[in-house]
Design a protein around this ligand. Structure first.
Ligand SMILES: CC(C)(COP(=O)(O)OP(=O)(O)OC[C@H]1O[C@@H](n2cnc3c(N)ncnc32)[C@H](O)[C@@H]1OP(=O)(O)O)[C@@H](O)C(=O)NCCC(=O)NCCS
Length: 180
């Protein structure tokens, strides 16, 4: 009888584990995210691979899903800390660069990434406010986040709306209390 060995590698990589990845994979993830963001210029802020690694992956503020079999990025998200504090003295983290690669959409991966990012935000600062700023006409992410328990809120006072340099109609969602 042939013994079968099944090796499973968890494709979901959380904050701290992401920064401890080998450099090659870390950079592959960052550049793949940067390329995907370019396909959504109207709806998403743009970051290059170096910015993603230095500002978000290395500080443990990102989550990724990597297909080890096909060696390709499945999904990514990060939390960006805003300087200062909101009206209630809380640190504000902005969930963003939330993207599922073509071919992996509508399989529940985006939902999983939003939950993983909320857990990562809670580990980073359990008293923080987690928000998402979405272009108002980008209905799918808004619907997915609302289904998870995010609620529309006012812009926290220390946050600037960078999307569309203040021109785009945006919706601010509070993700601090998602149904995980
Ligand atoms: C938003 C995004 C990350 C979601 O990823 P995903 O892996 O497809 O998400 P999920 O599979 O978890 O959720 C899919 C849900 O959206 C619903 N959906 C699909 N198309 C939709 C649409 N056009 N409008 C509203 N909801 C839609 C599906 O029915 C499904 O709902 P269900 O869970 O009740 O069945 C992905 O669509 C994406 O990368 N979009 C482009 C980048 C982007 O706009 N990012 C957000 C910036 S704020």
């Amino acid at each position: 009888m042939v013994e079968q060995k099944i090796i499973t590698i968890n494709p979901l990589i959380y904050g701290q584990d992401l920064l401890n990845l080998n450099d090659q994979l870390k950079w592959q993830i960052a550049f793949a995210v940067s390329d995907l963001l370019k396909q959504h210029q109207g709806h998403m802020l743009q970051f290059n691979g170096y910015q993603l690694v230095e500002k978000f992956i290395n500080p443990g503020l990102a989550v990724a899903m990597w297909d080890y079999q096909n060696k390709t990025l499945m999904a990514f998200a990060k939390n960006a800390p805003w300087p200062g504090a909101n009206e209630y003295g809380q640190q504000v983290l902005e969930f963003g660069s939330w993207i599922t690669a073509p071919g992996y959409e509508n399989k529940g991966i985006g939902t999983l990434m939003a939950k993983a990012a909320a857990i990562t935000a809670n580990c980073f600062d359990p008293n923080s406010q987690l928000i998402a700023v979405c272009a108002g006409d980008n209905t799918k992410p808004i619907d997915v986040l609302k289904k998870l328990g995010a609620i529309e809120t006012e812009k926290p006072s220390n946050v600037q709306i960078l999307l569309g340099e203040g021109q785009a109609k945006v919706i601010v969602l509070d993700m601090s209390h998602l149904n995980l």
